[in-house]
Design a protein around this ligand. Structure first.
Ligand SMILES: [Zn+2]
Ligand SMILES: [Zn+2]
Length: 265
């Protein structure tokens, strides 16, 4: 018998270095200390990042460059817990990623969000408005990310059912229109290349309403052999504490065991 999937880790979360974090107490030091107190075996801080070596950041991203994110170093070290430093970069389509390949070495782990579609005119083209168009765009983005020439074994695919995917409607109405064969092909590629698939605390708001589509992408990912990890995606000290219950439920619904867990290499 394999061990049950452990939710005592958080490898996509933010500190006050992220521009969207307004909790000044959310420092790297405090975040790692609290994680240790909660009994976590791994915490990886992943503040928002756009590498100045890559052209075209939005005004919001531009100040959040590599020196800014790496200013969290040195991260604290605790006995029995991995304390890691990564980043959450951005993907804007057509192979354009906000972190240059040669700079992956600077980070333990790189989170790539495929669906920050609230960033209209930057991540989301203005003419994508209907669920069908969004299903098409989102599928293309996942496909493109799965083919990027980067060290995929240290990449996490963030919050694939995040509400930001389609704020004006339901995420499930987009997900249910995505092509089954294409999704299998994409997640098989992520599995083969060793990427992690994220279970994000905020990505399951439609679970009770539409369990089939709320879990559809994860079930396909699991069927193709993908591994999974937990994310609070927290931007406050308090937010770090409220991940366990929903992720535990998701892990149980997906029948995940510790063998299905993604581990940062
Ligand atoms: Zn994100
Ligand atoms: Zn995030």
């Amino acid at each position: 018998m394999s061990k049950p999937f452990s939710v005592l880790h958080d490898i996509h979360c933010h500190s006050f270095l992220s521009s969207c974090c307004s909790d000044e107490t959310c420092t790297a030091e405090n975040v790692f200390k609290q994680a240790k107190e909660m009994g976590y075996d791994t915490l990886c801080l992943t503040d928002h990042l756009w590498d100045s070596a890559v052209p075209g950041p939005s005004n919001w991203y531009a100040p959040q460059d590599i020196p800014h994110v790496l200013s969290a170093k040195p991260v604290p070290q605790y006995e029995g817990m991995r304390c890691l430093l990564g980043c959450e970069t951005e993907y804007t389509g057509n192979g354009h990623l906000g972190l240059a390949k040669e700079h992956f070495d600077l980070f333990d782990f790189v989170v790539i969000p495929p669906n920050h579609m609230h960033m209209v005119g930057f991540v989301r083209p203005e003419d994508v408005t209907t669920p069908a168009q969004m299903a098409q765009l989102f599928t293309e983005r996942l496909d493109e990310i799965s083919k990027l020439d980067i060290p995929m074994e240290k990449v996490g695919i963030a919050h694939i059912t995040c509400p930001l995917l389609f704020r004006e409607g339901k995420v499930c109405d987009v997900v249910k229109l995505m092509d089954e064969d294409k999704l299998h092909e994409i997640f098989a590629r992520f599995a083969a290349r060793g990427a992690g698939i994220e279970l994000n605390r905020g990505s399951f708001k439609e679970l009770d309403e539409d369990p089939e589509n709320a879990l559809r992408l994860y079930r396909i990912a699991k069927a193709e052999g993908c591994k999974f990890y937990c994310s609070s995606d927290s931007h406050t000290m308090e937010g770090y504490k409220s991940m366990g219950a929903i992720i535990r439920r998701i892990a149980d619904l997906l029948e995940l065991t510790e063998d299905d867990r993604y581990i940062i290499p």
